[in-house]
Design a protein around this ligand. Structure first.
Ligand code: ACM
Length: 534
């Protein structure tokens, strides 16, 4: 007989922590070849997911059955579970998941998988596992509506299969926003049919800076081309795969700074003629010109992307746009005069407003980094607060929605310890416990203002993250801590979380995630001789 004592439940702590977990009286449910699953029509997506994922891990058919199946999935908006909420009840008769909505059913299924042995996160059965669920009653719903991860696919390309893997990892953590940074100085990563040079010329660079030069020294380069891009079919696949896992994909095309790759492809977009795709990391003076033609170009790019990305939000960047070129530009001076603008900050706002009008007219919402506040915020804009909390506070007070993502608590490219062995240390120290404990909602906001905080996201900038293995090292386990913070409304005590996290790492091991070990990097994680900053 498998162990179905209450300690089985205690030995399978769920991450992120559910709102309420009540142990069952006795018993539990053991999945066998005879176990059937059934679902309401609205819950069929989760049925398919369970059969695919749990079927692969357990080797059990989990065949679709009638209403008296051992596992039942249903949607009941009248059950009072709250947006994305669910109830999961397991006893020795069966398991039932009732979701407030299809997303709730999906999260209930993720919890069900975590109540099984960690091997439930593998892709094939090991052959000796008892698939026993402890008797339990879980009632759960998320704290925030926006639980996001940004991947920078521009500095180093992240292949499609890795994006799909990350979607599964987000789903495992009940996260629901994948923000893809698709363009920057160093690369343009998405096919645009109307402008083929964006990927033909803009999706690759001849060489890449390695690390960060010490003060007074010149940067070093890896003399090897780097590139890659997603075709429109790749994007359709990514978006559909994410949607089946209740994750919305937010595309970002970064303007009017961080645009060298686009300017390389179409020099008329810029102020400086022909320039290469960026090879170095940093902030550069080459920015977009503020001509009607440039605005038109980006509206056309947006229109193609809106066909691919059906979600509400479209991110236009807006960060780190030096105004040097505009200060010396006749076109910019003329635009400032013609539009009655005060200065170059208002000129940037004018540019963003053109895109905001365009997106609003199409029923979408513009998102931008907090620089879009400077020179006046576009009426429909949602702000991602990254330079601390100030942008988020100002935007929420002005009645705009905000997503909190301050560098000090949200930048997963930042160093995880002060050790010399930490690969390419950049930024300020950001340990798992720092991510876990930092409160997303700024203390300065009133309850009314805080309603504008949609949630939070973590960002992974990839200047120094050139492989999926390095990505895993930087993202995990910090993402697990972040996921609990944005899902769970419980007070957070790291001493309470840490043992659950250690168990959760066995799930990440089963899923093949190469997370940073809690006691620090292994020899193969280090990058000897590659210098960072901060
Ligand atoms: C940013 O980190 N430049 C948004």
């Amino acid at each position: 007989m498998p162990d179905i004592s209450p300690s089985l439940l205690a030995s399978r702590p769920v991450v992120p922590r559910p709102a309420q977990v009540v142990p069952g009286e006795e018993g539990g449910l053991t999945l066998t070849a005879a176990t059937r699953v059934s679902a309401d029509p609205e819950a069929r997506g989760t049925l398919v997911w369970l059969q695919r994922e749990l079927g692969a891990a357990t080797g059990l058919p989990l065949a679709t059955g009638a209403e008296d199946s051992e596992i039942r999935l249903s949607v009941d908006p009248g059950a009072g579970l709250g947006r994305e909420g669910y109830r999961l009840i397991v006893d020795d008769e069966g398991a039932i998941i009732i979701g407030n909505d299809p997303a709730g059913v999906f999260y209930g299924a993720q919890t069900l998988r975590q109540l099984l042995p960690a091997a439930a996160h593998r892709d094939a059965p090991l052959g000796d596992t008892a698939w026993t669920l402890p008797a339990v009653r879980v009632t759960d719903a998320p704290r925030f509506a926006w639980r996001g991860l940004m991947l920078d696919t521009a500095r180093h390309f992240i292949p499609k299969r890795e994006v799909l893997r990350y979607i599964d990892l987000l789903a495992l953590h009940k996260m629901n926003v994948l923000h893809l940074h698709l363009s920057d100085d160093q690369g343009w990563r998405v096919e645009i049919r109307r402008y083929p040079e964006l990927t033909r010329k803009g999706s690759w660079r001849t060489r890449s800076q390695v690390g960060v030069p010490r003060p007074g020294e010149e940067p070093e380069f890896e003399e090897r081309p780097h590139g890659g891009f997603y075709t429109q079919d790749d994007i359709r696949e990514i978006v559909a795969y994410a949607s089946a896992r209740h994750i919305g994909v937010v595309p970002e095309i970064d303007v009017p700074g961080h645009s060298q790759a686009a300017i390389h492809a179409y020099p008329e977009l810029g102020e400086a003629g022909e320039i290469p795709v960026g090879q170095r990391w940093g902030i550069f003076e080459e920015v977009l010109a503020v001509t009607d033609g440039v605005v038109e170009f980006y509206k056309n790019v947006i229109d193609e992307l809106l066909e691919l990305f059906p979600g509400t939000y479209f991110h236009v960047g807006g960060d780190e746009c030096p105004k040097t070129q505009w200060k010396g530009s006749e076109t910019a001076r003329e635009r400032i005069r013609a539009e009655g603008l005060a200065d170059e900050d208002e000129l940037q706002s004018w540019f963003i407003r053109q895109l905001d009008d365009h997106l609003t007219a199409r029923g979408r919402r513009l998102v931008g980094w907090d620089e879009i506040l400077e020179g006046g915020l576009a009426p429909g804009a949602t702000v991602v607060s990254w330079r601390g909390e100030e942008g988020g506070i100002a935007a929420a007070r002005a009645g705009h929605d905000v997503v909190m993502s301050p560098t000090a608590t949200s930048y997963l490219d930042y160093k995880q310890s002060e050790s010399e062995d930490e690969p390419v240390r950049v930024g300020t120290l950001l340990r798992t416990e720092d991510v876990y404990l930092a409160e997303p909602v700024p203390a300065e906001l009133t309850a009314e203002e805080a309603r504008h905080v949609l949630g939070a996201q973590v960002n992974v900038w990839t200047e120094h993250i050139d492989t999926p293995r390095r990505l895993d090292y930087m993202v995990f386990p910090r993402l697990s801590a972040f996921a609990e913070k944005v899902w769970s409304a419980h007070e957070r005590d790291y001493a309470e979380f840490e043992p659950r996290l250690l168990h959760h790492l066995t799930r990440l091991d089963a899923a093949g995630v190469e997370y940073r070990p809690v006691d620090g990097p292994r020899p193969w994680h280090t990058r000897p001789g590659v210098h960072g900053w901060g």
